[in-house]
Design a protein around this ligand. Structure first.
Ligand SMILES: NC(=O)c1ccc[n+]([C@@H]2O[C@H](COP(=O)([O-])OP(=O)(O)OC[C@H]3O[C@@H](n4cnc5c(N)ncnc54)[C@H](OP(=O)(O)O)[C@@H]3O)[C@@H](O)[C@H]2O)c1
Length: 242
C-alpha cells in the first residue's frame, strides 16, 4: 500500500487531498497545528494518522517523519497568505516565508534521505499562480511562492537520477478559509475537492507542473511575458486602496 504525508491537512486543499489519496487506497499521514481538526479527519479515513506539528519547527517536522515514514509521496501544502502593501508587511512576509518556503524545505529535508536511499518517491509543493509574477498587495505571498517554485524546479532536475519526481503545484483561486476573506471577485474560483482531484491526478502521473484552472494559468503565463511597463499599467488599474 502506498503512503503519503501531507502538511496543512487540517483544512482546505490539504484536507481534500487527504480524502482523495485515501479514496485511491493510500495510507495518509496528516500534519498541521490544529490537532482537533486533524483527529476528526483521520477518524473519517480508513488508514490515517494525525500528527499535530508546526511546519516552521524543523525538529518537529523531522520527528513526525521519523515516527511515521517512509513515504512514497510527500506533499508540502501548509501555507498562509496575508494581503498587505509591500512597504507595510515585513513581519507578515517573514511569517509567509517561514511557513510556505521553509516549511516546505523542512519536509523536503526530512523525507529525502529515505527516498534517495530507496531510489523512489515523489515530492510536491503547493505553490501558487501568485508566484508567477509579483502581485500588488501580495508581495510577500508572491515572493514566498516564487521561492518555492524555483527551489522545486532545481530539485526536480537534481533528483531525476535518483528516480525521484518533483511536482510544482500552482493553483488559481480555490474556495478555502484562505480566500474566504477576499472582498474582490475571484476569477475562475474552484472548489477545493475538485482542486484536490486535479492535484492528486497530476502527482500520480508524475507531472512536473500542475497548474489550474487553465484560463487562470494562461492569463498568468501571458502576464509573465508582457513587458514590465504593460504589466504595471494593467495591474496598476486594478489597484486596491488601503
Ligand atoms: N485557496 C487558494 O486560492 C490557493 C491558491 C493557490 C495556492 N494555495 C495554497 O494552498 C495551500 C493550502 O491552502 P488552503 O487554501 O487550503 O488554505 P487553508 O484552508 O487556510 O489551509 C492552510 C493549511 O495550512 C496549515 N498551516 C498553516 N500554518 C501552518 C504551520 N505553521 N504549521 C503547520 N500547518 C500550517 C493550516 O493548518 P493549521 O492552521 O491547523 O496549522 C491549514 O491546514 C497553501 O499553501 C496556499 O498558499 C491556495
Amino acid at each position: 500500500m502506498k503512503r503519503a504525508i501531507i502538511t496543512g491537512a487540517s483544512s482546505g486543499i490539504g484536507a481534500e487531498m487527504a480524502r482523495e489519496f485515501a479514496r485511491r487506497g493510500y495510507e495518509v499521514v496528516l500534519l498541521a497545528r490544529r490537532a482537533d481538526l486533524l483527529d476528526q479527519l483521520a477518524k473519517e479515513l480508513p488508514r490515517a494518522t494525525a500528527i499535530a506539528c508546526d511546519v516552521t519547527d524543523s525538529e518537529a517536522v523531522h520527528d513526525a517523519v521519523a515516527r511515521s515514514g517512509p513515504f512514497d509521496v510527500a506533499i508540502a501544502n501548509a501555507g498562509v497568505g496575508v494581503t498587505a502593501w509591500a512597504a507595510k508587511s515585513v513581519a507578515d512576509a517573514e511569517v509567509m516565508m517561514r511557513v510556505n518556503y521553509f516549511g516546505m524545505l523542512y519536509l523536503f529535508d526530512a523525507v529525502m534521505p529515505s527516498m534517495m536511499e530507496r531510489r523512489s518517491g515523489q515530492f510536491a509543493g503547493v505553490a501558487s499562480i501568485a508566484g508567477l509574477r509579483g502581485l500588488p498587495t501580495s508581495a510577500g505571498y508572491s515572493a514566498s511562492k516564487a521561492a518555492m517554485q524555483v527551489f522545486l524546479e532545481a530539485a526536480r532536475v537534481e533528483l531525476k537520477s535518483f528516480n525521484i519526481r518533483v511536482t510544482t503545484v500552482n493553483p488559481g483561486f480555490i474556495v478555502t478559509a484562505m480566500t474566504e476573506k477576499n472582498k474582490f471577485k475571484m476569477p475562475f474560483l474552484m472548489k477545493a475537492d475538485r482542486a484536490a482531484r486535479i492535484i492528486v491526478d497530476g502527482v500520480e502521473r508524475g507531472k512536473r507542473v500542475v497548474e489550474f484552472p487553465l484560463p487562470m494559468s494562461m492569463a498568468m503565463r501571458f502576464a509573465r511575458i508582457v513587458p514590465s511597463w504593460m504589466y504595471d499599467r494593467v495591474l496598476g488599474a486594478a489597484r486596491i486602496r488601503e
